[in-house]
Structures are given as C-alpha cells and as structure tokens.
Design a protein around this ligand. Structure first.
Ligand SMILES: NC(=O)c1ccc[n+]([C@@H]2O[C@H](COP(=O)([O-])OP(=O)(O)OC[C@H]3O[C@@H](n4cnc5c(N)ncnc54)[C@H](OP(=O)(O)O)[C@@H]3O)[C@@H](O)[C@H]2O)c1
Length: 283
C-alpha cells in the first residue's frame, strides 16, 4: 500500500484554500490546513482536516504551525501550498508605508518564512529512499505579471513573489524539489469582499485626488460576481494544483482563467501603448 502524502495549505478559511484543502483530503492526502481565527480553525476540524493557526503577519505563528505539523508527521512534509493572502486596493499615492508593509508581510515575507522552513525538510527527505520529490506551490495571480490600476500594493507583492520564487525554483532543481506558481485571474471567493474591507479601513477615500474614480471602484468591489466566462470557481485552481503536485514534470507557471491565459500569451509581444489601452479600458 502506498504511503499517505502530507501537505500544508494556508489560508483555508474560505475560497481557494478551503476548496483545495477539502479536495486534497478527498484525494487521500493528509492535509494540514491553516486559518487565522478560532472559529475558522474549528470549522476546518469539523471537516476532518488537521487545522492550525497561522498568520503570515505573525512570524511566531508560522514557526508554531510548522513545528506542530512536523511533530504530527515525524518531521516529514511532501508538499506546501502557500495560498493565504489579501489584496489591498488603492492608488499607489494613497498607500501609506505602513499599509504597503502590511501587504508585504502577509503576501510576501510570511510566504518566504514558511518556505524557508519547508525546504530543509524536503531536502533531507528527498535524499531518502521511498520519498518522492518535495513540491512547493505558490498561489500568485495574473496581477503577479500584469499591472492594474488601484492594485499597486497587491501587484507589487505578487510581482515580488514571482521574482523570488521563480529564482528559487531554479536553485532547488538540483535538490529534486519542484516549485510552481499558479496565476489565477478572477476566481469566486471572499477575495473581493476582504479587499473592500481593506480599502475602507486603510485608504482615505474622500480625501484622495481619486475620490471620484474611487466611487466607481467601490461599486465594483461591492458587486459580488458569480462564475462566468472570465471568472471561474476555485476548482479551476485545484486542477492546476493537482498537476503541480502530481505531474512528473510540473510547470513553473500555471495561468488560470481566460484573462490570465490571454495576458500570459500577449505580454512581451504587445507594444506598451496597446497594453495600456487594454488595461485602462478594462477597469
Ligand atoms: N479570488 C481571486 O480572484 C484571486 C485571483 C488571483 C489570485 N488569488 C490568490 O488566491 C489566494 C487565495 O485567495 P482567495 O481568492 O481564496 O480569497 P479569500 O477567500 O479571501 O481567501 C484568502 C485566505 O487568505 C487568508 N489570509 C489573509 N491574510 C492572511 C495572513 N496574513 N496570513 C494567513 N492567511 C491570510 C484569509 O484568511 P481570513 O479569512 O482570516 O482573512 C483566507 O483564508 C490568494 O493568494 C490570492 O492572492 C485570488
């Protein structure tokens, strides 16, 4: 009988993380699912998952969750899915340093911290017989390679992820550890709702030179959208995660949704003035 594989998945209170954690459990993985608050952790336990508290902005919580996972698995981990994040809306000139730093703590530095804990474990076990190649998958975004108005903080954090982890991917090849980035476009989740809260909490909307345009942006954030031609459900991300975890040769980048696949194709071959028109016209 084959050994049960173990995976640590972050940001499982809702959306992509929750969906993927449950699907992985159903596929036979031993899933360590993280969330930030007690109610969400209890709900995940109720789903039969091993649930832990992890907040990327709280470094001790990253170390504690990882240590607990290692204790439960006897120091083994087959895969890590860095997923938990939020999108801070607002024009770049309206972002205080503090707000921008908070975006990077959650979306970038915390991911690096957790990845640094997982890599030595995977390096060790990959050298042992009976253990497969460790896999690390990061949930990036179409906004990890395409700039978008009012999304500077989030764009910057995801561009930074792409730079850091595409480099680390090459550095890990010799060790037999696979690293992949999933790059979704619009996915149905609580992402927009959570972003709206950050917009209201952290941006001086009335006092901004962009106040009028922000009204349009607010309306857009408030309109919750379902699945359509451009926006898919979280199962579309799971399909790519499954490939990144199981394929003999996983890809470096997995664009998900039509907008992301399209942008991945045309960037670099489209003149900037046309890209500007396309991106400014689409918001
Ligand atoms: N939905 C989209 O359109 C879309 C598109 C491209 C990429 N993505 C990426 O997909 C991933 C999952 O987002 P989602 O769409 O599933 O949105 P979501 O429903 O808002 O889920 C985000 C998850 O991240 C968690 N999170 C937020 N801040 C965190 C922190 N500091 N530390 C640890 N976890 C934190 C949230 O926990 P709380 O409930 O406690 O806040 C929640 O569990 C993110 O990396 C996001 O950038 C989403």
């Amino acid at each position: 009988m084959s050994r049960q594989r173990t995976i640590l998945v972050t940001g499982c209170s809702s959306g992509i993380g929750r969906h993927c954690a449950l699907r992985l459990r159903d596929a036979g993985w031993r899933v360590f699912a993280t969330a930030r608050n007690d109610a969400d952790i209890e709900a995940l336990k109720g789903e039969g998952l091993e649930a832990l508290r992890l907040d990327y902005a709280d470094t001790p919580s990253i170390h504690a969750a990882f240590a607990e996972t290692m204790q439960a698995t006897g120091g083994r981990l087959d895969a890590l899915f860095n997923n938990g994040a939020y999108g801070q809306p607002g024009a770049v000139e309206d972002l205080t340093g503090e707000v921008l730093r908070a975006q990077f703590e959650a979306n970038f530095f915390g991911w690096h911290e957790l990845t640094r804990l997982a890599v030595p474990v995977m390096r060790r076990q990959n050298a042992e017989p009976g253990w497969g190649r460790g896999r690390i998958v990061h949930c990036s975004s179409i906004l990890g390679f395409v700039p978008y108005r009012w999304r500077g903080a989030y764009n910057a954090s995801k561009f930074a992820l792409e730079g850091l982890f595409l480099t680390q991917r090459m550095e890990l090849m010799d060790a037999g550890i696979h690293m992949s980035l999933i790059e979704p476009g619009p996915i149905v989740s609580r992402f927009t709702e959570n972003g709206l809260r950050k917009f209201l909490d952290n941006i001086d909307i009335e006092g901004s030179v962009h106040a009028e345009r922000y009204a349009k942006e607010l309306a857009r954030l408030k309109a919750s959208g379902g699945v359509n031609r451009f926006r898919l459900g979280p199962e579309a991300v799971y399909a790519k995660l499954e490939h990144a975890l199981n394929a003999p040769r996983p890809r470096a980048q997995y664009p998900v949704t039509l907008p992301s696949r399209l942008m991945a194709r045309i960037r670099g071959i489209t003149p900037q003035f046309l890209m500007d028109r396309l991106l400014l016209g689409s918001d």
